[in-house]
Design a protein around this ligand. Structure first.
Ligand SMILES: [Zn+2]
Length: 261
């Protein structure tokens, strides 16, 4: 009788607690993708693994090489826009794919010299320029961290270095928003972001001053013309006309906002 009461109390406690926070680890749970139901304890493990595996898209990137010294930033440079980050690399240093993707270009580009472009998921592309040698061909699929080329100084390059760009839907963003080349890792601020537009919008007010990505709207200044603006942002005049519903002969007003993309 005593034992019976004891059991009753124990089972009462168990039932009572399971309504609160107690988890009965013998309970079975159906997990999508698993044929057999699993115990709650196993389910907890699976969830933990999934959480550990999940990282934002940008957090999954790697730096493109072992060179850590940035020798030229993204941004306007002697009247022209520099759309990438120049990283010091010696001729023959290995350049790595920063993420999985397909090589959409491996050839000669004016100014770029030998350039490779990789198309990744989320409409993101990376550019690797001034290469001395390609290790992979156009059309091939690369895995993150794979050696794709050797650094060099082909094209318009002062000294051997890697010109590296990251673009989303064709728009160039400051690679240093994502990559901390000095520390050879992804910047902490970028770890929870899936795309570059959102990252840029978040970091810009935090004082990232030299990431002058093309603004969504550009305010016309004194001395500007469609030609000047087109050259400054490497956006064709016909695109500016189409976006702003103007013609090549339209007169621009100072302060007038122009849609850039
Ligand atoms: Zn460059």
């Amino acid at each position: 009788m005593k034992v019976f009461f004891l059991l009753l109390i124990v089972s009462f406690v168990v039932v009572f607690q399971s309504n609160a926070q107690y988890v009965n680890t013998d309970e079975l749970v159906i997990v999508p993708g698993k044929e057999e139901p699993v115990s709650l304890a196993e389910y907890g493990k699976i969830q933990k693994q999934q959480n550990e595996q999940y990282q934002s898209f940008l957090a999954g990137f790697l730096v493109p090489g072992n060179g850590g010294k940035v020798i030229s930033d993204f941004g306007p440079r002697s009247g022209r826009m520099h759309y990438g980050t120049d990283i010091k690399m010696e001729r023959g240093d290995t350049v790595f794919a920063v993420n999985d993707g397909s090589i959409t270009r491996a050839g000669w580009g004016s100014g770029f010299g030998n350039i490779m472009i990789i198309q990744h998921a989320n409409n993101i592309e990376t550019y690797y320029a001034h290469l001395s040698k390609f290790l992979m061909k156009e059309g091939e699929y690369v895995k993150k961290g794979e050696a794709i080329a050797l650094a060099g100084s082909t094209g318009r390059a002062r000294g051997s270095h890697l010109h590296f760009e990251i673009r989303e839907e064709g728009r160039a963003f400051d690679p240093e928003l994502v990559f901390d080349f000095g520390r050879q890792e992804i910047r902490e601020d970028a770890l929870n972001f899936e795309n570059l537009v959102a990252l840029h919008r978040t970091l810009k007010p935090k004082g990232y001053s030299n990431n002058a990505a093309i603004p969504e709207y550009y305010k016309v200044r004194s001395g500007d013309s469609l030609w000047v603006i087109s050259r400054k942002f490497k956006t064709p005049i016909k695109d500016l006309c189409r976006l702003n519903n103007i013609t090549e002969n339209s007169v621009l007003q100072i302060g007038q906002p122009l849609k850039m993309y």
